[in-house]
Design a protein around this ligand. Structure first.
Ligand code: PMP
Length: 405
């Protein structure tokens, strides 16, 4: 059993007072808060071994390099990747998807090839593919969903053909919390010879990820949704595929030799890591992953599920409130709308009570169009949240109703 009160002490920000009220932070799907070990790792790096990595031979450069590379090993284990060089550091999920769309997509996809995404994608898993389609003449196809917010797998199967060259879908929806059957999606895509990218931005903090068991070709996530720093993420790619892909960005670090006549590129993973990376945040990512591993993914998921069940029951009992996204397989994300009240007003009034939720389209405008709503209010729970905080949300929402309906 997790000691939630003890865990809360690891997160200094939870002591903040917002508008005279103790902070209730329910915007974890946007970004999680950071525990002291992660904050300390950042400070320790800058205080004790800040240096540029890989090229220096002095003590600090060696120390920074080994901490940076230790993080790569940590993430390799976290995802169960076969080879450490299959882990590429990025600026986050968005950056990882753009890397694949630009490097793999521009090289291996051609006019008429089909790329499949789904209705519930985040804009960062739509726009890079649209840009590619515009440039190369590929065709974007979209898996529809049912009213509960689940993918229509029959429709997906019907879409697959020898024209399908790439499938890019979200593991867990940020707007609805739906957990998608990604293993099945991958298997079916592979059966027609397509490559698959999984957007794991929301999955990494809730679900055990095993890229070898999934057999995905690419997996991307952001550390800031996993109790780690912002502006830092990782792309996993199968080694043979990454090796066949050209570099995404050119510059220092990613080269073997540069002459004005010709440049040769570094081996994996450095081929994809041009320029000075986000060293401090990569170093602190080690600690974020370690923090999650120490608590235990399964324990975190079980506790969050308890919050999800409790929160779903509590919110459902509010008259005039409708849940959006009621998939059978869900993580601890509750999206909802209230009769006659704009989501933004819900957010503003809750904020006055110190409660942080996200409102709007959650970077999933096509999904909102499919659901026929402009947006939702979304409460998303992390391991440090409590049932008492959910009770406060219920009181807050009753107040919203009293003030606005
Ligand atoms: N995909 C999903 C499902 C997300 O929730 C997010 C972040 N909201 C992203 C992609 C983009 O992540 P980032 O902004 O860290 O690049």
């Amino acid at each position: 059993m997790l000691d939630i009160q003890k865990i809360r002490q690891d997160f200094p920000i939870l002591n903040e007072v917002i508008n005279g009220k103790p902070l209730v932070y329910f915007d974890n799907a946007a970004t999680t808060q950071k525990p002291l070990p992660v904050l300390n790792a950042l400070t320790r790096y800058y205080e004790h071994f800040n240096a540029n990595i890989h090229r220096g031979i002095h003590h600090l450069a060696e120390k920074a390099t080994s901490a940076f590379e230790a993080s790569r090993h940590k993430i390799q284990t976290f995802l169960n990747a076969r080879h450490v060089e299959e882990i590429i550091f990025t600026y986050g999920t968005t950056d990882g998807i753009n890397l694949v769309a630009q490097s793999y997509g521009r090289t291996f996809l051609k006019a008429g090839d089909e790329i499949i995404i789904s209705t519930m994608e985040h804009h960062s898993n739509i726009v890079p593919w649209q840009m590619l389609c515009e440039e190369k003449g590929c065709v974007l196809r979209v898996i529809p969903i049912n009213d509960e917010g689940e993918l229509l797998m029959d429709e997906y199967e019907k879409m697959l053909s020898e024209k399908t060259k790439f499938v890019s879908v979200v593991h867990v929806s940020n707007a609805l919390g739906t957990i998608n059957p990604v293993a099945e999606i991958i298997e079916k895509a592979h059966a027609v010879g397509a490559k698959v990218l999984i957007d794991g931005a929301q999955a990494s903090s809730h679900i055990d990820i095993n890229v070898q068991a999934l057999d995905c070709d690419f997996y991307v996530f952001s550390l800031h949704k996993l109790y780690g720093p912002t502006g830092m993420g990782a792309l996993y790619g199968k080694k043979d595929i990454l090796n066949a892909m050209p570099p995404y960005r050119g510059g220092g670090e990613m080269i073997k030799e540069v002459t004005f006549a010709k440049t040769t590129y570094s081996d994996l993973p450095y081929k994809f890591e041009a320029g000075t990376p986000n060293i401090a945040d990569v170093v602190a990512a080690y600690t974020a992953v370690e923090y999650v591993e120490t608590l235990g993914k399964k324990q975190i998921a079980d506790y969050e599920h308890e919050l999800l069940v409790y929160g779903t029951d509590a919110l459902q009992s509010i008259d005039g409130l409708r849940l959006v996204g009621t998939a059978k397989e869900k993580v601890s994300v509750i999206s909802f709308v209230m009769d006659g009240i704009h989501p933004q007003d819900v957010g503003v009034i809750l904020d006055q009570q110190g409660i942080a939720v996200r409102t709007g389209h959650h970077c999933t405008q096509p999904l909102m169009q499919r659901l026929g709503i402009p947006g939702t209010s979304r409460a998303s729970f992390a391991v440090y949240n409590t049932k008492e905080e959910i009770d406060k949300l219920v009181v807050g929402l009753e107040r919203v109703k009293k003030m606005l309906s």
